[in-house]
Design a protein around this ligand. Structure first.
Ligand SMILES: NC(=O)C1=CN([C@@H]2O[C@H](COP(=O)(O)OP(=O)(O)OC[C@H]3O[C@@H](n4cnc5c(N)ncnc54)[C@H](O)[C@@H]3O)[C@@H](O)[C@H]2O)C=CC1
Ligand SMILES: O=C([O-])CC(=O)C(=O)O
Length: 252
């Protein structure tokens, strides 16, 4: 599988470091608006540096988007006309008009869109549970001021509302709210808390429905290079990428 990478930051670097020759995944093209970042990964992999997206589109099986919601909204549709897409900035897909256009274009062009479960656990169970009725689904995210990119010494709720609003207000911190929402087709209830006493990115999910009830707490290790982002997000993409070459699939 030949892959082009858009966004050569924290997530992309972890992914590249974990993929081995036996995985049969070739990271060939790299693009970042910060050319130095793209150059670093190009050198590391002996790949090809791109000046724009179109330079890679006709020669890749899959584009890995690890850049931003803004990039995905601008170029996602163009990508799926040519290649499969793995997108990390899933918050962009809470925009229904964009999501529908992206999915319809991928259908028309026989490509696929993969959104890894990212920095939160429980997506597998939630996907199964929502075959029945879900009566309540909430996400409470607790991060340090550093991870939220603010300065404060007070623990407080910064946001309470729907996932669709949270991804707009916190585009670099609330992709998990979109993943949970889209995995069960509802705009879930979200609370964002800044807490100076924590050094993890913590996501608590509480689901109640006809299946019963579950509560999960994911206490994520932030990535040093970008503490807004949790290591698990990159690891979930690695697992998803590897699964695309496999015959045996465990879990939903
Ligand atoms: N699905 C999930 O659970 C999670 C998703 N994310 C999202 O994944 C994406 C990547 O995260 P990180 O690697 O931590 O971010 P990062 O900030 O470390 O790296 C992103 C890279 O993309 C580049 N970039 C941004 N916009 C661009 C554009 N329009 N064109 C070209 N390059 C562009 C930046 O220059 C940067 O080098 C972000 O959108 C982030 O919010 C992050 C954590 C969890
Ligand atoms: O990495 C995390 O903990 C979550 C995050 O930033 C996001 O969902 O955008």
């Amino acid at each position: 599988m030949k892959v082009g990478v858009i966004g050569c930051g924290a997530i992309a670097n972890i992914i590249i470091d974990h993929i081995q020759p036996k995985d049969n995944i070739e990271f060939k093209y790299f693009f970042d608006k910060d050319t130095e970042k793209a150059e670093e990964l190009t050198e590391k992999t002996n790949g090809i540096l791109c000046e724009n997206l179109s330079e890679m589109l006709n020669d890749v099986d899959l584009v890995l988007e690890a850049a931003s919601q803004e990039f995905l909204k601008q170029y996602g549709v163009e990508i799926v006309k040519h290649a499969n897409l793995m997108n990390m900035s899933i918050g962009a897909l809470m925009d229904e008009k964009f999501r529908k256009e992206l999915i319809q274009t991928s259908k028309n062009n026989h490509t696929n869109i993969y959104a890894p479960s990212g920095a939160v656990i429980g997506v597998d169970g939630l996907k199964a549970a929502c075959i029945g009725e879900i009566s309540s689904l909430t996400l409470t995210t607790r991060k340090s001021p550093k991870s939220l990119g603010i300065e404060t010494d007070k623990c407080e709720t910064l946001f309470k509302g729907k996932a669709s609003e949270a991804v707009v207000k916190y585009p670099k911190n609330m992709n998990v709210a979109a993943t949970l929402s889209l995995s069960c087709k509802r705009d879930i209830d979200v609370e964002v808390i800044v807490d100076p006493s924590v050094d993890r990115n913590i996501h608590e999910v509480h689901a109640i429905g006809s299946f019963g009830e579950f509560k999960t707490i994911t206490c994520n290790q932030p990535i040093k290079a970008n503490p807004k982002t949790s290591e698990l997000a990159a690891l979930s993409a690695i697992k998803k990428l590897k699964s695309l070459n496999k015959q045996f699939h465990v879990g939903t």
